[in-house]
Design a protein around this ligand. Sequence first.
Ligand code: AMP
Length: 403
Amino acid sequence: MGLNKKSVDDINVKGLRVLCRCDFNVPLKDGKITDENRLVAALPTIKKLIADGGKVILCSHLGKVKTEEDYTTKTLAPVAARLSELLGQEVKFAADREVVGPNARAAVEAMKDGDVILLENTRFRKEETKCGEEFSKDLASICDVFVNDAFGTAHRAHCSNVGVASLVDTAVVGYLMQKEIDFLGNAVENPVRPFVAILGGAKVADKLNVISNLLEKCDTLIIGGGMAYTFLKAKGYEIGHSLVDETKIDYCKEMMEKAEKLGKKLLLPVDSVMVDAFPNPIDAEIPTYVYDADVMAADKEACDIGPKTIELYADAVKTAKTVVWNGPMGVFENPILAAGTKAVAAALAETDATTIIGGGDSAAAVNQLGYGDKMSHISTGGGASLEFLEGKELPGVAAANDK
Ligand code: AMP
């Protein structure tokens, strides 16, 4: 995948209309933003474009737009208000149900260099998620340059990230996007070795291509979480009623053979924390039992990696120079079953290796434990980072001009 993309540092936007696709998909409660991390994260690129004298037109999606009510509750108006405060200058909100409508066009027309406006939720246009031509053309008609700084949607080809990029001469990436490409791209394509990849989460089926691709790229692949038990079953072990994907047993065998052939280490749990039944509610206080992998209880379910496995996995991380982690080691929503996930987070926090967290649950776990600033990079896009790890070309990245 060509990852050497032009960024906002490679262009001169003085006097130009710059459409900047951000990720302002923030949680809202009664019209109030409850977590503004994504707004704060977008500021460096926006400030750079302002400082360079561009006419900065921001756009983003916000949630899914399905019902009539969504046109009221999923407006980006609160984001414009908060961004104005964060930037210390007015961010004019272009309230147009058709996103690029009379209000937006008039607002763009009236812009001076260094001004900022925000368009309405791009998903107010039905064509957005289908990369429809009309909306892509509308967006292209109000800008000279396109900047994509929304990694979370980079694995999707929508009007506001891919359609518009194909219709303008200059399409580059912003700082956030650049950081994701640098860390995830380098880790997969050009890692400092030893490179250890840690995969967890519920299902093997969700991560088939990630497992296969990472096995080729890494030196050690560590498997934890629910998906580990399909591997253990493939090894012929009793796994009780642990999570298993019967249709993927042959696949797991294939992966174990592939690891052997390639001379890669594939680490699986050597012991697990089992419960009588999956906790209900998920955080219920229930008794737990530790079993070695080769003698697991037939009437129990494994819901976390055990203490010996924690030691084994932490040891593998200690000598690594690059670590990528995606997916929890157990049912971490329950504190009794969170020890494995916590231990992996702690091991990553302690190592000197470049540590990359692939979004989603592992990112949440790392942040909850207060290790956020100890990681080299926490990806902002769960789905997008997984597709990166699969070695797929992301349409949102591919659409930017090469250097
Ligand atoms: P994923 O969305 O694939 O990353 O999976 C995350 C989910 O996997 C979390 O909700 C965990 O509770 C769940 N999970 C992790 N380990 C296990 C396990 N051993 N058994 C059942 N579910 C698990």
